[in-house]
Design a protein around this ligand. Structure first.
Ligand code: MV4
Length: 450
């Protein structure tokens, strides 16, 4: 087992990782920017190293700064959390060169899944269903038009370096291909320094359903069931749940097999997520694979009753996974509580939290790094807590979530709590009748504060 783990992250996930390390008897090192010196991850880790000024580029994203902290503390492993360097193949490679275990897959694997065309080609070879589309990169707008006509409109142009919606354009008719092509390429070049574009059939009103997988160093891969992440706004997930209200036993078996196949075919090591688009006929298509622990992992932890960070550290240390794939016997929902004003276009609302009471009680879990008196810095992600509820049925889980949201008190900054309260009352949400476009037509009530 590792002698000391450095956590190259901040916020709730840094704390989350420290907690598991403590339970495993592994000493931890926190790193922090000057904006985070009062943070709980700094206080709860065994050691802490300041790695620079508030800007992410000069702190949490700086490979030399992180490696210097590894060196002076003698850590033998790095946990990257999510975001920041978690899917940076160069960082994983530097760790390898220095003989430091990067808790995650190999640099090659990260690189392979980071390039969407390569990922898709890999999945086709593995027999995983993918959306019909171009064979690899589209070389120019002329062949783009030809391919689009062959696939049939609507189509979607996607950046091979993309993910999270950037460099994406939906096209409904031939006349609009050229304009979309130019825009997608310019956006891809500006965002990723790579203007490679591919084309797919556009799946209308899809659900986003992802499978949690875990693979060990001996080629074994299992899945830990799905999460429905269809409740998103501008590619930011707001609510995740397991099981998906759209899931059937038959579909779970098919998608679970495909997810395992995806992992096994690449000898995947670590925790990973295979994302699928699911259409209204329950056809499913591989979309992307994430090679990190995800924000919404607690939803899975609650329904399968396993600590995913612990499993992740164990497989990184070379321990074999036991057991078979899992299925959910409970229902869990996560609401992301962000310091944003849902009545003002989800505008960030950083500042000092003057009072804070987190929900408690049976079946309620809150993962957070904040407390009364904490200042939410303006430099990073605005998520301040994850509220996770668990119950026997979806209906009970929603009721519990409503109760838990009502007792979640944050003063000093605006939060997404009112949004979630409204969502939990929505008839379509309650009936499981939603897809990724759901929030486009969702109306919040008036701001009670005007
Ligand atoms: C799609 C799609 C429909 N058809 N691909 C959005 C982010 C990126 N990871 C892929 N995305 C999509 N790809 C085809 N062929 C619709 C989306 C999409 C979406 C996917 C998941 C969750 C939310 C979404 C919101 C808008 C569009």
């Amino acid at each position: 087992m590792f002698k000391k783990i450095l956590i190259a992250n901040r916020g709730e996930i840094a704390l989350r990782i420290i907690r598991t390390c403590k339970e495993m008897g592994i000493p931890t090192v926190a790193v922090y920017s000057t904006a985070d010196k009062e943070s709980l991850h700094v206080r709860f880790a065994d050691e802490a190293v300041c790695i620079g000024p508030p800007s992410s580029a000069e702190s949490y994203l700086s490979i030399p700064k992180i490696m210097a902290a590894v060196e002076i503390t003698n850590a033998d492993a790095v946990h990257p959390g999510y975001g920041f360097l978690a899917e940076n193949a160069d960082f994983a490679e530097v760790c390898k060169e220095y003989n430091i275990k990067f808790i995650g897959p190999s640099p090659e694997m990260i690189r392979k899944m980071g390039d969407k065309i390569t990922a898709k080609e890999t999945m086709i070879k593995a027999g995983v269903p993918v959306v019909p589309g171009s064979e690899g990169l589209v070389k120019d707008v002329k062949s783009g038009k030809k391919i689009a006509k062959k696939i049939g409109f609507p189509v979607i142009l996607k950046a091979t370096a993309g993910g999270g919606g950037k460099g994406m354009r939906v096209v409904w008719k031939e006349e609009d291909v050229e304009d979309a092509w130019n825009k997608a390429r310019a956006e891809a070049a500006a965002s990723f320094g790579n203007d490679g574009i591919y084309i797919e059939k556009f799946i209308e009103e899809p659900r986003h359903i992802e499978f949690q997988i875990i693979g060990d160093q001996y080629g074994k891969v299992v899945h830990l069931s799905e999460r429905d992440c269809s409740i998103q706004r501008r590619h930011q997930k707001l609510v995740e749940e397991c099981p998906s209200p759209f899931m059937t036993t038959e579909l779970r078996e098919k998608m679970g097999d495909a997810a395992i196949q995806a992992g096994q075919s690449i000898n995947y090591e670590g925790v990973g997520t295979v994302e699928f688009l699911v259409d209204k006929y329950r056809n499913f298509y591989f979309m992307e694979m994430n090679t990190r622990i995800q924000v919404e992992h607690p939803v899975t932890e609650e329904v399968i009753d396993h600590d995913l960070i612990k499993e992740q550290i164990k497989v990184a240390a070379g321990i074999e996974i036991s057991g078979v794939s899992y299925f959910p016997t409970m229902h869990a929902i996560e609401c992301r509580i962000n310091a944003e004003d849902p009545f003002r276009d989800f505008r960030p609302s950083p500042g000092k939290i003057t009072s804070f009471h987190s929900s408690k009680g049976h079946g309620v879990r809150v993962d957070t790094h904040v407390y009364a008196g904490y200042s939410v810095p303006p430099f990073y992600d605005s998520m301040i807590a994850k509220l996770i509820c668990k119950a026997q049925t979806r209906e009970e889980c929603i009721t519990k979530m409503q109760r838990a949201l009502d007792e979640f008190i944050v003063e000093g900054v605006k939060t997404t709590v009112p949004f979630h309260q409204r969502l939990m009352k929505d008839e379509n949400f309650r009936n499981g009748n939603f897809h990724t476009g759901f929030l486009n037509t969702f109306n919040l009530d008036e701001d009670p504060e005007g």
